[in-house]
Design a binder for this molecule. Structure first.
Ligand SMILES: NC(=O)C1=CN([C@@H]2O[C@H](COP(=O)(O)OP(=O)(O)OC[C@H]3O[C@@H](n4cnc5c(N)ncnc54)[C@H](O)[C@@H]3O)[C@@H](O)[C@H]2O)C=CC1
Ligand SMILES: Nc1nc(=O)c2c([nH]1)NC[C@@H]1CN(c3ccc(C(=O)N[C@@H](CCC(=O)O)C(=O)O)cc3)CN21
Length: 320
């Protein structure tokens, strides 16, 4: 079922639902840990599970002669496979992330054909991050430089048009296309208005809904939704919430994801003697955020749970 249909259903019923996001297993791990994380959430009936996609990392290994050898290692492959496994095991929609970084348009087309055969028809279309150690996004010679181009490719496939042109009387894919939106602006955008224009471009290219980057501040999220509406973006917007879970995230989250952490949250986290208490603070903050957003009429909330889900179980108990 398309996420947009689930969203409309939740809105019509006035019953808020949620989705979660996790990382595919590290290379060499089986699917066990992913299932261990998802099993306890089954009873709360999440609408979908997003699975991130990770390109290769660059690693330098020192040789005996002291020279450095450059290796590229993909530490978390398997996004498509684990998505299919999740759908089979739980009967929920899995939403694999598709990223442009490091892939040609042909690689992406092949991946989309696999997804279609697997019965996965929700995808999140992203540009993807820079390769670690690179200061700007390097476009694959035969790939896409921006998410809107990937959205266009998928939308055209839904119309029966492949990269090499139209295939007569072909089987049509039926992808529901999600894209990312940034309540606190994407780090590369020169200003919020320009970022909004780029988001509108993705929707005009065929995106069916938006999932937001994590934000710890409902005022930012609600202002973002209002600004989208004012800019003529009328697709569903699903706010992203990250249950705060470690002290290290005080610097990691602003550094990696370019999000602000509210002063009150920072003070509460700093007071915690260990990460066990930080996890509790994270649960309380996420529950308060969720409660307010649901009261404001948001039908679906997206939680960046990523690894262990003990905190998400508590959040789901409180909200859903
Ligand atoms: N690996 C994963 O699973 C996930 C990754 N992300 C990350 O989100 C970030 C960006 O991805 P998207 O939002 O999909 O990228 P995007 O292509 O929509 O936007 C990236 C940046 O380029 C700008 N931009 C967009 N179109 C443009 C154009 N035609 N000309 C000039 N500038 C343009 C945007 O304002 C923004 O600053 C990446 O860092 C991505 O990796 C987000 C969610 C999940
Ligand atoms: N710029 C950007 N790149 C991304 O890959 C990305 C976004 N933004 N925003 C949305 C999601 C969120 N992603 C996330 C979010 C959190 C962790 C994280 O908390 N990592 C922790 C714990 C990992 C775990 O629990 O297993 C870490 O310490 O790395 C990782 C990826 C991936 N996505």
């Amino acid at each position: 079922m398309h996420i947009t249909d689930i969203y409309n259903q939740a809105a019509a019923e006035g019953r808020a639902r949620f989705s979660v996001e996790l990382l595919p297993p590290l290379k060499g791990d089986g699917p066990g840990r992913v299932f261990e994380a998802l099993d306890p959430l089954r009873e709360f009936a999440p609408v979908s599970v997003n699975v991130t996609s990770h390109r290769e990392d660059v690693k330098y290994v020192e040789r005996e002669n002291g020279l450095l050898e450059r290796h590229t290692v993909r530490r978390r492959p398997g996004t498509v496979g684990i998505s299919a496994a999740i759908m089979r095991r739980y009967g929920v929609e899995a939403i694999p992330h598709l990223i442009c970084g490091g892939q040609s348009r042909y690689d992406l087309e092949d991946a989309l054909i696999d997804l279609d055969f697997l019965g996965i028809d929700n995808v999140l279309a992203l540009r993807g991050d820079n390769l670690r150690g690179e200061h700007s996004f390097r476009v694959h010679p035969d790939g896409h430089g921006h998410a809107c181009e990937l959205v266009r490719q998928i939308a055209r496939m839904n119309e029966g048009v492949f990269i090499d042109g139209e295939v007569e009387d072909c089987h049509r894919t039926n992808f529901c296309i999600g894209v990312a939106g940034y309540p606190e602006k994407h780090c590369e955008a020169p200003n919020p208005a320009e970022d909004m224009r780029r988001l509108k471009e993705k929707v005009d290219a065929g995106a069916d809904y938006i999932i937001t980057q994590m934000s710890f501040d409902n005022a930012s999220i609600l202002a973002f939704i209002e600004n989208c509406r004012a800019a003529g973006i009328d697709v569903p917007i699903i706010p992203g919430i990250k249950p705060f879970s470690t002290k290290a995230q005080l610097t990691m989250l602003p550094q990696i994801f370019h999000v602000d952490l509210p002063e009150v949250l920072v003070r509460e986290v700093e007071k915690c003697p260990t990460n066990r208490e930080v996890r509790e603070v994270g649960v309380e903050w996420a529950v308060a955020q969720g409660r307010e957003l649901i009261a404001a009429g948001v039908p679906i909330l997206h939680f960046y749970t990523m690894g262990k889900t003990d905190n998400m179980v508590k959040i789901a108990q409180a909200l859903f």
